[in-house]
Each structure stands twice: as C-alpha cells, then as structure tokens.
Write a protein that binds this ligand. Structure first.
Ligand code: SF4
Length: 233
C-alpha cells in the first residue's frame, strides 16, 4: 500500500519545514524498529502519556533494554527538558506541515519547542488535518472533550462533547503550540504511518473507523491508569 496523496503532501511539507528525517511506513508496527534504532540504549525518555507510542508497546521494549524515564512523574519531580529524548505524537499535523498541540500542563509542548536534545514524533494517518483552524477545532471539539470525559474531569466539554472555552480548574487546554517550522536547537525525527494511532478523528469519517480509534485509546488509557503512582490521600 503506497502513501495516500494527502500523506505524501504532509511528508513533503514536513521536509520543506526542515524536519529530517521524515519517514513513512504503511503499517504502524514497522515504525517500532525504526524508532528503537533512533534511541541510544542509555537515553532517558519522556513519553508524556503518548497513546500512539503506547499502542505499539514501544515503552515496554525500551524499558526491557534499560532505558529510563518513562514512569509518570509527580509535579515538580521531572521535566522533559531534563530527558534526552521526547517520544510523543502530535494532536494534529496540517497539510503544509505545521504541528499543532495543546497541553494542560505543558510537559509535552514545552519539550517539543525547546530543551530536549531529540524529539521523535510518531504520527498516525488520523492526525492529518487540512489547516491550523481544523487542527484547533479537532483539539477543542474532539480530542479534549473525549479525553476529559474518559478520565472523569468536571469540565463542560466532558458533558457536552464541545468546547466552551471554560474556566474550569480542571481545564486541560491551557497551552497551545503551533510549530510552523522545525525549532532550530532541537533534533527532530518524524515517523508517519498509514494506519490510525492515538486520539483524533474527523466526525465525518465512517463510524467504524472512529470506534476503532476510540477503542484503542481506551485500552491504552487503562494501562496508564494502572501505572499511575498511588494517591497519598
Ligand atoms: S477549554 Fe475547557 S471546555 Fe474547552 S475543550 Fe478544554 S477543557 Fe473542554
């Protein structure tokens, strides 16, 4: 299966935006050895809860060979900037190669912008959007509401499944970054796949595709839940 025209356009745009390497695999599983080869065995790694990476079991393989840093940090204990590698996905990538991401705490977006030696992005076909407006709409009205609802937050979108630009103390959309081009002080490697990975869809897609994306997300979130440190209260 060759890359779709849409995927080819994104790959070309990312290269023009100075990202190197930008690689493509049809099957998501074929990204695993590529990514493992990119990471030194003694590198410390921040994953920032990346569902796309977790879906491929990459964190378990990294742990087995001795890489550290994939545990969930407590506030103040750790920062992506102190790790060697940030291994994550993106909320969305536009057809002209812009990377759009929104965080609650900033642990992912700050590392993507500056401070980590190497950023590796694993991007599923479902993360492609037309432009920045569509990316922001996707974050606010698909990704954040579904995530907020699933993890049981008391935000308006968890009830309505639409963003109301809330003032909730549990708001998860506090910092948005748009990487227009590659940040010059950070090495990036981007691996795209023709399969869907992580959270994100266009509501106009067939229901079975959307359901598959949601189901895969739920499986990984349950694994994350089991790994969370015990509450102190
Ligand atoms: S700003 Fe608030 S309502 Fe909007 S998506 Fe984020 S958490 Fe939900």
């Amino acid at each position: 299966m060759a890359a779709t025209q849409e995927m080819e356009r994104v790959i070309k745009a990312l290269k023009l935006n100075n990202y190197n390497p930008v690689l493509y695999v049809d099957k998501a599983k074929d990204a695993v050895p590529i990514i493992l080869d990119m990471i030194p065995a003694d590198a410390s790694i921040e994953m920032a809860g990346a569902v796309s990476v977790s879906q491929l079991g990459i964190q378990d393989l990294l742990r087995k060979r001795g890489n550290k840093g994939m545990e969930f940090p407590r506030p103040g204990e750790s920062s992506p900037a102190r790790k060697d590698v940030l291994l994550v996905s993106t909320n969305a990538v536009t057809l002209d190669g812009k990377l759009v991401n929104t965080d609650g705490m900033g642990n992912r977006v700050t590392g993507m912008a500056y401070g980590v030696k190497k950023v590796i992005l694993l991007i599923g076909a479902n993360k492609i959007v037309r432009d920045v407006n569509e990316a922001l709409d996707r974050v606010q009205n698909v990704i954040a509401p579904y995530h907020a609802k699933y993890i049981g937050l008391n935000t308006p979108c968890a009830l309505t499944e639409a963003c109301s630009d809330c003032d909730s103390p549990q708001r998860i959309c506090n910092i948005t970054t748009i990487l227009l081009k590659k940040p010059p002080m950070t090495d990036f490697a981007i691996v795209l796949t023709g399969e869907d990975l992580g959270l994100g869809w266009d509501p106009a897609w067939p229901e079975d595709r959307i359901e598959k994306i949601k189901a895969a997300y739920r499986v990984e979130m349950e694994k994350f839940r089991a790994m969370l440190p015990p509450r102190k209260d």
